[in-house]
Design a protein around this ligand. Structure first.
Ligand code: NAD
Length: 396
């Protein structure tokens, strides 16, 4: 029996465009879903570039204006993989046209904008998700299972970092990620959004935050970069960096846990140091994206003398998503986090619900981002609930 097809229209086609295209192609290969994604069309502004991308990544057609993609009646899902300043306009137009939406993170430039997006998808009744892909590493999903089973007991601490070093050269160009009007914030919204999502997923809702931010290099040459993070200056002109290079913040959670968070692109030798440690009354877990198949687990219930962190390679059939891939010990990679996330989107479309993380998670994430920024401005703790009167605003 032939399966129902879900026709994808993707806006943007570079780094995340490649990751999402690959994931859509691999879903039917690894998963037996009721609905299968079809790579129907991509949109980009440069005709030659978008045509070449469509051919290389296996898309059936292309458009040079994303609005045209949204008008097409042979598109069911709009996938937004463009810079952050475009998310709201594209998502709201897509929702009004009745398209399901997958949007890259952070959801928007501001909390208000993210709320407008949430209201639009709720009003339209479409399926929506935000692409916090790191939750979908099997080891992170397994960590969630251990926490839910109470194996760690009450959670006391989370310590999370996302450390990179590709921006340390003062001649690295002023790419879109360094312009507040395009990105919303710097390292904070780019990397911080990910570890905030991991903390919300594993520990719970944030209660209050206080942070600090720094911009180490204040002016940079205008230019662009490729997906391997190699920059090139273009015009000889220079511009001002108006976002953070590094952000750190402390947090309290609604369940009483404490959090310490740090994101930077100035930590030499760290390429993608997305790591966390969680400590509970009966155990601890550690995860490191660069060894993403492994979860370090310490359980106090272990026999005295044999206690210590053990390394669990989360590739056994007992581990989330692992049974869809290879025999135990045959590891998976970064790209599989996107496959696992987008397969959830297919389940959601098939059954008519918006799997987490969805736009509501995006709004809650944006609230934490904005609370940290406010705390940096005022030098005071900021309560998340006071910042946005969350429940009233999102109707939860
Ligand atoms: N989930 C993750 O791990 C992850 C990783 C990287 C980036 N991101 C997010 O993905 C989004 C895209 O980032 P990226 O690294 O792929 O950026 P990128 O610069 O590699 O690609 C952006 C794409 O958007 C296109 N674009 C820009 N403005 C456009 C417009 N007005 N209309 C149509 N196309 C337009 C560009 O031509 C390009 O194809 C951002 O929101 C970013 O925060 C997420």
């Amino acid at each position: 029996m032939s399966k129902k097809q879900v026709r994808i229209g993707m806006v943007g086609y570079k780094f995340m465009g490649k990751a999402h295209s690959h994931a859509f192609r691999d879903i039917p290969f690894f998963f037996d879903t009721d609905v299968v994604p079809i790579l129907q069309a991509i949109a980009g502004r440069d005709e030659q570039g978008v045509r070449q991308a469509a051919e290389k990544m296996g898309w059936a057609s292309y458009e040079t204006d994303w609005r045209r993609l949204i008008e097409r009646d042979d598109i069911d899902v709009i996938d937004i993989v463009t810079p952050n300043n475009t998310h709201a306009e594209i998502a709201i137009a897509a929702a009004e046209a009745g398209k399901h939406i997958i949007c890259e993170k952070p959801l928007a430039l501001t909390l208000d904008q993210s709320l407008e997006m949430l209201h639009a998808v709720k009003k339209a009744g479409v399926v929506h998700m935000i692409c916090h892909n790191y939750r979908f590493a099997p080891a992170v999903q397994f960590a969630k299972k251990l926490i839910e089973q109470g194996r760690l007991g009450k959670i006391y601490h989370i310590r999370a970092t996302f450390l990179q070093d590709w921006l340390m050269d003062p001649d690295f160009p002023l790419i879109w990620r360094l312009r507040k009007e395009v990105s919303g914030s710097g390292t904070h919204g780019d990397l911080g959004a990910h570890i905030i999502d991991l903390a919300r997923f594993l520990v719970g809702e944030f209660s209050e935050v206080i942070g600090m931010m720094e911009t180490f290099i204040k002016k940079r040459p205008l230019g662009d970069m490729d997906i391997h993070l190699k920059g090139r200056a273009e015009s000889g002109q220079w511009g001002e960096v108006n976002v953070d290079d590094a952000t750190a913040f402390l947090a309290r959670f609604e369940n009483g846990a404490l959090g310490v968070f740090e994101v930077t692109r100035f930590s030499r030798g760290n390429r993608a140091g997305n790591r966390f440690e969680i400590n509970g009354e009966r155990g601890s877990i550690r995860w490191d994206m660069e060894n993403m198949n492994n979860l370090q687990v310490y359980l106090e219930d272990d026999e005295p003398g044999l206690q210590g962190f053990r390394t669990i390679n989360c590739t056994e059939v007992e581990h989330p998503y692992a049974a869809s891939y290879w025999p135990a010990g045959h590891i998976i990679g970064y790209e599989h986090t996107f496959i696992n996330l987008l397969v959830e989107m297919m389940y959601g479309i098939s059954k008519g619900y918006s799997p987490a993380p969805n736009f509501e998670d995006g709004v809650r994430n944006q609230a934490v981002l904005e609370a940290v920024e406010q705390s940096v401005r005022t030098g005071k703790w900021v309560k998340i609930s006071e910042l946005l009167k969350l429940r009233e605003l999102i109707g939860g």
